[in-house]
Write a protein that binds this ligand. Structure first.
Ligand code: URA
Length: 273
């Protein structure tokens, strides 16, 4: 029979931390414990017809009551972005926002990279470990592939490309962003696109595509076609394509990604001419 020792060899905080690490607990998910039972009894469903619903997919609308608290935080975020007149205002507002728990475990707010005002804007998923360290999107291995992909159609973040993510903070352990996190941060992303005002959007991977196209269809079905994203009443052509991290794992999909890139190049030329 296995025996778990209750003997205390070392009571120091460092020893406790080491014990957590040895047990596989290597990420702090939140600074505070959440009482989900309390939230689900307190949260009341929105009944008024005048309340505008958050633009999420049907599956997300049907989510259980803790998401109602999420909608309230998202409404606050929507109000806050209304006062942002430029990208600097928005960056500062996001850096000061405390409504998303991810901020507590992230070391930096990752806002954007590249040329603001460029006609092409790429939207990724969320910062990874290297992005969190440097405070810039796509600076790790997938960022290097991304740079090569766009260089092939004459685009670079030094000259004519702008990049951001669906979330400005790294999810612990590089897990997928949760629906509540995407819903809370969506007003930031929409305002970001509005202020950056690109002519064409590229949605990198299933998370960005699903969130901005409000669809549960996977990236395989969404990629390779033109969609439209309505940003403050302006319909922006959007191409969904594979995330570069997926292409690193599945290089055979690069041929399809190349075909998507050619469509992006042609659309930009067409809009320019
Ligand atoms: N993957 C993303 O989706 N975004 C980043 O910024 C880095 C990796």
């Amino acid at each position: 029979m296995s025996h778990i020792s209750t003997e205390s060899h070392d009571q120091s905080p460092l020893a406790l931390l080491q014990w957590y690490l040895d047990s596989g607990v290597d990420e702090c998910i939140s600074g505070e414990a959440t009482d989900w039972f309390a939230i689900s009894t307190e949260a009341k469903p929105a009944t008024s017809k005048s309340e505008s619903p958050t633009p999420v997919s049907q599956a997300r609308k049907a989510a259980p009551s803790p998401l109602l608290a999420t909608d309230q935080i998202a409404s606050t975020a929507k109000e806050l972005v209304r006062d942002c007149k430029n990208l600097n205002d928005l960056r500062q507002m996001i850096e000061e926002f405390d409504g998303c728990a991810l901020k507590k475990t992230a070391s930096k707010t990752v806002f954007s990279d590249g040329i603001p005002g460029s006609d092409l804007m790429l939207i990724g998923e969320a910062p990874g470990v290297e992005e969190d360290r440097q405070g810039k999107p796509f600076v790790g291995a997938s960022g290097q592939l991304l740079d090569k992909m766009f260089a092939a159609i004459g685009r670079s973040r030094q000259e004519n490309l702008y990049i951001s993510n669906t979330l400005p903070w790294r999810p612990p352990g590089n897990r997928k962003p949760s629906d509540p996190e995407l819903i809370i941060c969506r007003p930031f992303l929409m305002k970001h696109i509005e202020l950056a005002a690109p002519k064409v959007l590229v949605l990198l991977g299933g998370t960005a595509a699903g969130s901005l196209l409000d669809s549960n269809a996977g990236i395989t079905r969404l990629r390779g076609k033109w969609h439209e994203v309505d940003v403050a009443g302006r319909k922006i052509p959007a191409m969904a394509t594979y995330h570069p991290a997926y292409l690193l794992r599945q290089p055979q999909a690069k041929a399809q990604a190349w075909s998507d890139l050619q469509k992006i190049r042609d659309k930009l030329n067409e809009l320019d001419g």
